[in-house]
Structures are given as C-alpha cells and as structure tokens.
Design a protein around this ligand. Structure first.
Ligand code: GDP
Ligand code: GDP
Length: 436
C-alpha cells in the first residue's frame, strides 16, 4: 500500500505550489483531457523510486475567511485520519498566525510524523523572518521556497526517510485484483455481495480507528480473484458530507492496489462531478477500467436508453474511450453475471505483450501515413518502438526530438496501436526517448 502524504495549511501559504513542485508533471498530459484537470488535489508521485500519494487538502472546499479556522481543523482532521505523514505549511511572509498555532496544537498530539514547513523563505535574507516559528517548540521545522525550489530536496530526503513504507516489493501474484469504486449509494456494497455470491459480514470499523483494508478472495470457475478493500466499501455511519469527502480517498486507495477498476455509476442520477474525479484517478493510475452502470432496473427505459447513457459516459469521460460499459442491477442480479467475464477480457489486454516486430510494422505504417508535425522547424524522426512493460502496456519510442511531440500525435499513435492490437479496457503508456 502506498503511503499518503497530506499537505495542510492556510490558504495562500503555497500548498499548491509545493504540490506542483513535487508532482512535477508534464503539462501537456493534463491540458488535453477534460475532467482530469479539475480539482487536481491528489497525485501519485515517485521520488527516487519510492512511490507515495500526495494530497493537497486545500482543494477540498472553497476558502472563505470566516470559515478559515473551522476549515483548517477539518483539513487537519482529515490528514490525521487518512494520511501517513503530514506536511504542515506556514508562510514566512505572513508570519505566525493564531490559526497556525491552533493547528500545531492539534498536530503535535497525533502519533504520525508531522513536518512543519515555513515556505516563502526565498533566500538567506528571509531565513531571519522565520525565527518566530521556532517559538512553536516543535521538531522538524524546515524552511523552504516552494516557488524557487529552495530546501525542497533536503526536506523530501527527510520525509522519505520518515515514511512508514515497506521497501520490500510484494510478490507478484497470479490473481486478478478488482476494485469497486464509486460515490456513496451507487450500490457498491450490493454489487460486492452479488460478486461474492453471498452476504458476507465484515467488521465495521468505527471512524478514527484502524483503516486497514480487508480484501476478499473469491473464485469463479476455479479462477481466483481478489476484491479490494471490502471493508472500506462497507464502512458506513458517517455524516453524508463526510462520506462524500472521504469516498474519493477510499477509491484512491483501492485503485492503487487494483488491476481492474469497476467504476460504478448510478443510472438514476447520471454522471456527476465526483464520478469524474474517481474515474480520472483510475485513468491516471493507469488501471484497466470498466464502467458499471447500476440500478438499471430503477430507470424508465425505452429503446434509446442505453445509447443515451453510453453517450453521456463517452462525453464525460473522454479520456476513457476504451473502457467497456455494462448496464446492470446489483439488486436484481440483471447482467451482473457478465461482469467477471468482462474483467477477464480487460485483464488479458492489460497484461498483453506484442513483439517488437509486430509493433514496428504498425508503428512505421502509422508514421508513414501521418508524419509528425515539425517541432520548432525541425523534422521529427522516429527510430523504433518497443514494449517495455505490461499492466498497463507501455511502449518506448525512440526519436530525435522527445520534447517536440504533441499530445495529439501521441494519441494518434496510441489509437493506431489499439486498432492493430485491441487493448480494450486498458490504458496505454507511450514514452518518447531521445536518440540522435
Ligand atoms: P495555497 O493556497 O496554499 O495552495 O497557495 P499557492 O500555492 O496558491 O500560493 C499562494 C501564493 O504564494 C502564490 O502567489 C504563489 O506564487 C506564492 N508562493 C508560493 N510559494 C512561494 C515561495 O516559495 N516564495 C514566494 N515568494 N512566493 C510563493
Ligand atoms: P454503496 O454506498 O455504494 O455501497 O451503496 P449500497 O450498496 O449501500 O446501495 C445504496 C442503496 O441503493 C441501497 O438502498 C440499495 O438497496 C440500493 N441499490 C443498490 N443496487 C441497486 C440496484 O441495482 N437497483 C436499485 N433499484 N437499488 C439498488
């Protein structure tokens, strides 16, 4: 399980600047994908081969000054419940505020690593301004400049060392790991019971106590499957607002550990903002995806209902055109029997390998038929492509100009690979690497 690092702090202290600094994504990746860019407040990060999930808690609610303190308490509580390590950011320019003190008082009582960060210390001169903060009397005070990348490397060295992370790799299992994700009340528990084929009683951890995932093994036609975090799915009894907020994190944790993600939607309610967030994360995590439209029994249907709903999904999840869609009723069992067969199919594609010979036949033809546009007046040349990984299938393409390839061209190449090899249900990764 990847550890979660939460960034907490007042508005404007530089949380998102720090977040972006640490995530350091290529911008073109997100620009072209509606739905993925919105509310990007969590990301999977790999630093020196140590993976973790970074959460910017600032993005959860609109920030208004009268509710500031309450919000900070909420953010911190969220971080205290969910995160494995907390980065509490303060602002050297704004100085130490009562709200900061209040949160520090909360954080110092918890039993998790907390790093106290003074941001906007842009140079030696500003170090002096940070003096105030030492009166807090806490360990791990770090002065940084997120904007100018000052002190961030040193900070992260210590953060990584403090992570409760198990460096031993889990042994690869020949088992298909399935995550069932979706908003509250879309019918996840009901669906899980269907898939397991019986009503299974799972302990119901109360809020704030251990959040260990409970995975459930089951077999279909002697083939083993693992249903991820069934306890998380069944955890109930929180206020509606909290459940809404937490469910994205629950989904995120499950997605991280899955091969195939069942994105459950509610036929009665259509696609919502939160569905987009969850699906966006499944896409970014590079997992195989299947849309499961549940409560199909409850809908007044006519001949065009399936086509209309399909269109709504395709329009809202433009980045997941490859994900199959199933229309089911977890309650009546209508078509739920098809889910595992579909899981098997996308899993096969998710693990598929194509030979370098086959790949380059398709790749050369694609390039011949549609040349890459010039990059800064320079002709883009390609040498060859090779598959370097599965889960998801990932390809390296050698070129003279790795930075100059536009996202739309990348997508064109991916589509040609899909036409030739299928890859239904799985995302693909294309990596351009330089070679002169
Ligand atoms: P958030 O509300 O906590 O997410 O804060 P932002 O990341 O949006 O930053 C608030 C403002 O502070 C922006 O104008 C940033 O450019 C600025 N800022 C962030 N980090 C630094 C820094 O290290 N030095 C300086 N001088 N400004 C910074
Ligand atoms: P979860 O919060 O996503 O786990 O959702 P639940 O499985 O607890 O279901 C929420 C509500 O929707 C419950 O009242 C279920 O009985 C109901 N429900 C679940 N699946 C279906 C379905 O296929 N059809 C109908 N009509 N109701 C359903």
């Amino acid at each position: 399980m990847k550890p979660i690092i939460a960034i907490v702090g007042r508005p404007n202290v530089g949380k998102s600047t720090l977040f972006n600094r640490l995530v350091g994504r290529r911008k073109a990746m997100v620009d072209d994908m509606p739905g993925v860019t919105r509310d990007r407040n969590y990301a999977e990060v790999n630093r020196f081969d140590i993976p973790f999930i970074l959460v910017d808690t600032g993005g959860f609610e609109p920030e208004t000054s009268d509710r500031l303190l309450q919000q900070m308490r909420e953010q911190s509580r969220f971080a205290m419940d969910e995160a494995d390590l907390i980065l509490f950011v303060m602002d050297a320019r704004g100085g130490l505020t009562p709200a900061d003190r209040d949160v520090v008082d909360m954080l110092r009582r918890i039993n998790k690593p907390v790093f106290y960060i003074i941001n906007k210390v842009d140079g030696e001169k500003q170090e002096a301004e940070a003096g105030d903060f030492y009166s807090l009397g806490v360990d791990h005070i770090h002065t940084i400049s997120a904007e100018h990348n000052r002190g961030v490397g040193d900070l992260m060295d210590e953060v990584l060392a403090a992570l409760p992370y198990n460096r031993e790799k889990e042994p690869e299992e020949e088992i298909t790991k399935i995550a069932v994700v979706g908003r509250p009340n879309v019918g996840k528990s009901t669906l899980v019971n269907r898939l397991l084929g019986y009503e299974r009683v799972v302990a119901n951890p109360t809020a704030g106590t251990t959040r260990d995932a409970v995975d459930t093994r089951f077999t279909v036609n002697k083939k083993p499957y693992l249903l991820i975090d069934t306890a998380g799915i069944r955890r109930k009894g929180k206020t509606v607002q909290k459940v809404e907020k937490y469910s994205v994190m629950d989904a995120l944790r499950s997605i991280e550990r899955a091969d195939v993600v069942l994105i459950v939607l509610n036929a009665e309610e259509g696609v919502t903002e939160q569905d987009s967030k969850i699906a966006g994360y499944a896409y970014e995590a590079g997992r195989a995806c299947i849309f499961v439209v549940n409560k199909w029994d409850a809908l007044e249907k006519d001949n065009s209902s399936i086509a209309k709903f399909t269109e709504e999904i395709r329009r809202n999840f433009k980045y997941l055109p490859f994900a199959p869609i199933l229309f089911v009723s977890a309650q009546t069992g209508q078509r739920t029997g098809k889910i595992i067969a579909e899981v098997d199919q996308v899993m096969e594609q998710y693990c598929k390998r194509v030979t370098t010979g086959e790949l380059n036949r398709v790749f050369t033809q694609a390039v011949d038929e549609n040349h890459a546009p010039l990059s800064a007046g320079r002709r883009v040349k390609f040498y060859y492509a090779t598959q370097v990984a599965v889960k998801p299938p990932s390809f390296v393409v050698f070129t003279n100009c790795p930075e100059g390839i536009h996202f739309s061209y990348e997508r064109y190449i991916m589509n040609r690979f899909r036409e030739a090899f299928g890859f239904n249900g799985t995302p693909l990764k294309l990596i351009f690497r330089g070679r002169d």
